[in-house]
Design a protein around this ligand. Structure first.
Ligand code: C2E
Ligand code: MG
Ligand code: MG
Length: 602
């Protein structure tokens, strides 16, 4: 945009075959501060317009060759000629030529005898109006761009993809063709962001976008932002960025689910080749969900929603999976939504409660620690198990608030026991990986302990391997801080993740909890052979860690674990998770003969 205050001059093109009139106009315009170029006939005028891109044209009507009306029409037909103001100078002030001037596209007209100084003022007004309109058009275009495109990848956003799919539907419907819609989500992206930082996370997204684009039949068309109306003569594949780490594809004409699955596999293979991020090679896996027009919906929003629900379903079966949409998935997604809404209210309505399950010392089968296990008393559904709502609370971020409540309640319970000469059991609290993300976990734990006024050694936190790996940077810092506070750390569900011995050394952990999947393997059929349990116990010993065996259900399992020197045992054989009062009653009973019965049987 030109700014006279910056010394930028606006240019005016004067086209007139009369040298005297031309000179008068030129001098007046230059006096008024314009740069002026002149042409003596229509075709020279057209050439000058192309060469100088003037901000206004002053145009004589009657000229030899191409006349003013014709030149006006030619300029208007040029891509940059649509918005330039054109002032027609006519000696014929009859109505007919005025009408003709406007029909040809003139902005304004003046009669030829006009005082040149007045003419210059008129031009000034037209140019100023044009500059304002240019500014308006530019900001309109920018707003449109932001509304429909993702500035980082330059790909269409979700809104634009909805437009595109709607248009593709108009192509597919009468031809009886299908459109595959895919939702593609980078697995564990928040973990990557946490570890490598957001700048690198953004760079990775841009690289992923570029690779995805090259999976399309015509990669260049994916960046075409020229027209709201897409070319339907030969519809292309479209790629959009629909969320932070989420992309979506629309592929018109894919015949069936086999073809779509094949494309999905190709996309996953493409992403599996390592990316270079922050000088590190990083393979990326993506979960993909697929829906079809018209089979799974004819409405673009619904197709995207169904593909998204299928993607979520795929994610649950592990990384890098692919899932076709089915009706049952959307039913489940709807249930999830209503459950999520209820979950938001649950804290306010005081619907959470803690049950406690004892961890007993192997040596004498006395309770050492109780694990706090969250329960949700849903007003309609009754008791909802944590496996059903914790993942949901993690996805929505609600787990941070809920986790705070669990910490506060567990600390308060420890306090109540100690105040009323109750048991001096330690309390173990489960912590989700999401609670690490914002780096405030240690402070939150310290606050809960401080508010209850208890000894920090009474609290143990249980993290899963997954939580450690996905957030390794922030976790290490938090775990160190927690240890300094005096809180103990246990690694929950050990053996179900991917951590290696050398990796675990990096974290100051006190205890390994052997997942119940391994304990389940100890059966009479295999002659009580459990090589994995043996291996984990040996490893824990070499690292100087205590062990807790989870899910002990049979006498055989108990005897085996005892013989292998597990530090603590936990499971239904001894006690299920119970509300506080029942737990105390159980303990009364238990201490009358429970340990003797099981240890005596050895
Ligand atoms: P977890 O921390 O591994 O807890 C042990 C789970 O195993 C509990 O399930 C418990 O009831 C069950 N269990 C205990 N002994 C036995 C047994 O002998 N046999 C069998 N089959 N199961 C046994 P629950 O209470 O349903 O909790 C499931 C998971 O939910 C927990 O696994 C934990 O990961 C999560 N969770 C529970 N409370 C919280 C919480 O307050 N915060 C977070 N972030 N996660 C929680
Ligand atoms: Mg646990
Ligand atoms: Mg566990």
């Amino acid at each position: 945009m030109k700014d006279p205050a910056n010394g930028d001059l606006s240019t005016v093109l004067v086209v007139d075959d009369d040298p005297g009139a031309q000179l008068l106009a030129q001098s007046a315009l230059e006096l008024a501060g314009f740069r002026v170029c002149c042409a003596a006939d229509g075709s020279a005028g057209l050439a000058a317009f192309k060469a100088h891109a003037p901000d206004c044209i002053v145009l004589d009507v009657i000229m030899p060759g191409m006349n003013g009306f014709q030149l006006c029409e030619r300029v208007r037909a040029l891509p940059h000629g649509q918005h330039v103001p054109i002032l027609m100078m006519t000696s014929l002030d009859d109505m007919e030529s005025v009408t003709r001037a406007y029909t040809a596209g003139a902005t304004d007209f003046a009669s030829k005898g006009v005082n040149p100084m007045l003419l210059a003022q008129r031009v000034k007004f037209l140019v100023r109006t044009k500059l304002t309109q240019d500014q308006l058009r530019a900001s309109e275009a920018h707003v449109r761009y932001l509304a429909y495109y993702d500035p980082m990848t330059r790909l269409p956003n979700r809104q634009r993809l909805v437009d595109i799919i709607t248009q593709l539907g108009q192509w597919a419907s009468p031809r009886g063709r299908r459109i595959a819609v895919m939702s593609i989500d980078i697995d564990n992206f928040s973990g990557i962001n946490d570890t490598l930082g957001q700048v690198n996370g953004d760079a990775l997204i841009a690289d992923v976008a570029a690779r995805l684009r090259h999976c399309l039949r015509d990669p260049d068309r994916a960046l075409d932002q020229s027209d709201a109306q897409i070319d339907l003569s030969e519809p292309a594949d479209w790629l959009a960025r629909t969320g932070g780490n989420e992309f979506a594809l629309a592929m018109p004409g894919l015949p069936d689910s086999d073809a779509a699955t094949l494309v999905a596999r190709r996309i996953q293979a493409t992403l599996a080749r390592p990316f270079m991020v922050a000088q590190t090679e990083l393979p990326v896996s993506a979960s993909i969900g697929i829906s079809f027009f018209p089979d799974d919906g004819t409405d673009a929003q619904l197709l995207l929603k169904n593909a998204h629900a299928a993607m979520h379903h795929a994610k649950k079966s592990g990384r890098g999976a692919c899932q076709l949409f089915m009706e049952s998935i959307s039913t489940r997604a709807a249930q999830h939504l209503s459950l999520e809404a209820d979950l938001r209210k649950a804290l306010d309505r005081n619907e959470f409660t803690l049950h406690y399950q004892p961890r007993l010392m192997t040596q004498d089968l006395r309770v050492d620690t109780v694990e706090a296990l969250l329960r949700w008393r849903h007003p309609q559904r009754g008791m909802v198990a944590p496996d059903e709502f914790i993942p949901l609370a993690e996805q929505s971020g609600l787990i941070v608030e809920i986790g705070d409540w669990v910490l506060q309640e567990a600390c308060a319970q420890a306090r109540r026991w100690r105040e009323r000469s109750g048991p001096d059991w330690n309390i173990a609290v489960n912590v989700s990986g999401v609670q690490f993300r914002d780096g405030t976990l240690a402070a939150r734990v310290a606050r809960a302990i401080g508010a209850a006024g208890i000894d920090p050694h009474a609290i143990e936190l249980e993290f899963t391997e997954g939580a450690l790996i996905e957030n390794s940077g922030s976790v290490k810092h938090a775990v160190t801080r927690l240890k300094e506070l005096g809180v103990s750390i246990a690694l929950d569900d050990f053996g179900t993740g991917y951590s290696s011995l050398s990796y675990l050394r990096h974290f100051p952990i006190d205890t390994l909890k052997i997942d119940r999947m391994f304990v389940r393997d100890i059966t009479a059929q295999n002659g009580s052979q459990a090589p994995l349990v043996d291996a984990i116990m040996a490893m824990a010993k070499s690292l100087g860690l205590a062990t807790v065996a989870e899910g002990v259900e049979t006498d055989l399992q108990w005897q085996f674990l005892r013989s292998r020197g597990a530090t603590q045992v936990q499971g239904f054989l001894f006690c299920r998770p119970l509300p506080v009062q029942e737990l105390l009653e159980w303990n009364e009973n238990w201490m009358h003969g429970g340990p003797q019965r099981l240890i005596g049987a050895a």
